[in-house]
Design a protein around this ligand. Structure first.
Ligand SMILES: [Zn+2]
Ligand SMILES: [Zn+2]
Length: 306
């Protein structure tokens, strides 16, 4: 009541107040979930923990956080670099117990939700292992990603050697499509533009005009099967002096085909980065005509108004 009165008073004093601050108020009414985060249970998540990242999400006014720790059955380069510390499968039981503990600790009533996810690295040589892990465990959300192709994670740079941008990006998209058609059992397609993040080229977007056929195939498959397209805000940070930008035409095409399910993921590996740049990207997606942000609870789609 006091706050409302204060606003009313200020409005009287300055008629431009609401014009100037309207976007801020709009944003405060928007409830977003960060649907892609790594905790201490990921081999590269030692700077984060379920508790610190969940508290950070709560402080930032998010409605909930999903921990999607890594499960990649093919990580040769990472193993070579940090032998003994890299596990293919994270300790799922322990992660889920920790999520339950932190949920009880910071919000018993579940007004703020901490959800149990996995980021499964799709790889053609490990279909059996992937199916086994997904069928043996219960998750709120399964995020499917491609990290390795041609035996290399693009993160290490070697993938790009001897390839032009068109082939390097296109091959990634083709691999995503092939693997997601095989996997079927997932909720969210993770970072479709991961391949651009660490690339050395001047081309800094997955542009619809360059990859229209394969993007159409991927989007139609997602839409037809009720899966979400992830807006991964880590991809749009600066990496090696380059900044990847989301392509307007790509996102508009997804919408034009009937794509309505989008979720926001920071891909955080430290608590400070939880919800990173969500305001900007949520406003952008709203301006593009998207009406909902999505997350998954017990594998069921939940959509909240943008
Ligand atoms: Zn990933
Ligand atoms: Zn990730």
């Amino acid at each position: 009541m006091h706050i409302l009165r204060l606003h009313w008073h200020m409005k009287r004093k300055n008629r431009n107040f609401f014009t100037i601050f309207a976007p801020v108020f709009l944003l405060l009414t928007m409830v977003l979930f960060d649907t892609h985060n790594h905790s201490q249970f990921s081999f590269d998540g030692k700077r984060a923990s379920v508790e610190t990242s969940a508290r950070s999400a709560m402080q930032k006014g998010l409605g909930g956080i999903v921990f999607t720790d890594h499960c990649d059955f093919f990580v040769p380069e990472m193993k070579a670099r940090s032998e003994g510390t890299v596990k293919e499968v994270f300790d799922i039981a322990h992660q889920q117990e920790e999520i339950d503990r932190v949920q009880r600790l910071i919000d018993k009533n579940g007004g703020f939700r901490i959800l149990k996810g996995i980021e499964i690295g799709m790889h053609e040589n490990h279909h059996e292992d992937i199916s086994r892990i997904l069928s043996e465990n219960r998750f709120d959300q399964i995020t499917a990603s491609v990290h390795y192709l041609d035996g290399i994670d693009p993160f290490y740079g070697g993938y790009y050697e001897g390839k032009d941008w068109k082939y390097a990006y296109g091959h990634y998209l083709e691999t995503i499509f092939k693997e997601m058609k095989w996997l079927k059992d997932f909720d969210v397609l993770g970072h479709y533009d991961y391949i651009v993040r660490y690339a050395p080229y001047d081309v800094t977007s997955i542009k619809y005009k360059d990859f229209s056929d394969i993007l159409d195939e991927i989007f139609k498959h997602l839409i037809h099967n009720g899966k979400a397209l992830e807006i991964n805000t880590k991809s749009y940070r600066e990496h090696n002096g380059r900044k990847v930008t989301p392509d307007y035409d790509t996102l508009m095409r997804y919408r034009e085909l009937g794509g309505e399910i989008i979720c926001f993921g920071s891909d955080s590996h430290e608590p400070e980065r939880v919800g990173d740049n969500f305001s900007l990207h949520a406003q952008m997606m709203k301006a593009y005509g998207f009406r909902w942000s999505a997350h998954f609870h017990l594998r069921k789609l939940v959509q909240l108004p943008l």
